[in-house]
Design a protein around this ligand. Structure first.
Ligand SMILES: [Fe+2]
Ligand SMILES: [Fe+2]
Length: 152
């Protein structure tokens, strides 16, 4: 992998790192924000996922450092999760579920992109991305299941 290609991977990892941290912020917020009996399972699932998303951020930060990049501070990160802002109606569980699915889909797309960038060139980054991709696919599946029930 030449320097330009490596920098492209670092930049893409920095985006993924920011997405993980934004997910943590919004999962914490929504896991506390929602009210009502119907929100209980969702709040617990979000609170439980926070640990895993923090771990993803830490793994990505280590990889950025290892391949010669600088881990960005908060001021260098650009938020983008419009769909995951805590809703005005604190009983609007469906909006939160949809926001989670959208965030997981964005993460999946970013990991797929990095996997392709690394193909045949950076196996270690690619392996890490494949592991995290599998986790995000499980999260998405869990919330698609919730949506099925809550939309009935
Ligand atoms: Fe994650
Ligand atoms: Fe996730």
């Amino acid at each position: 992998m030449n320097d330009t290609e490596n920098q492209t991977v670092i930049d893409a990892l920095c985006v993924a790192y920011g997405m993980e941290l934004e997910t943590v912020q919004n999962y914490i917020a929504n896991s506390v924000h929602l009210d009502g009996v119907r929100s209980d399972v969702i709040k617990k699932a979000l609170a439980a996922d926070v640990t895993e998303e923090v771990q993803h951020a830490q793994q990505i930060a280590h990889r950025i450092k290892t391949i010669g990049g600088k881990v960005p501070g908060s001021l260098s990160l650009t938020p983008s999760q419009h769909g995951l802002q805590p809703p005005d109606d604190t009983t609007d569980v469906v909006t939160v579920i949809r926001g989670v699915i959208a965030a997981e889909e964005a993460a999946i797309a970013q990991y797929q992109k990095i996997i392709a960038l690394c193909d045949g060139k950076d196996y270690v980054t690619q392996d890490l991305m494949i592991q995290i991709l599998g986790n995000e696919e499980e999260h998405r599946r869990e919330f698609i299941g919730f949506l099925k029930e809550y939309e009935r």
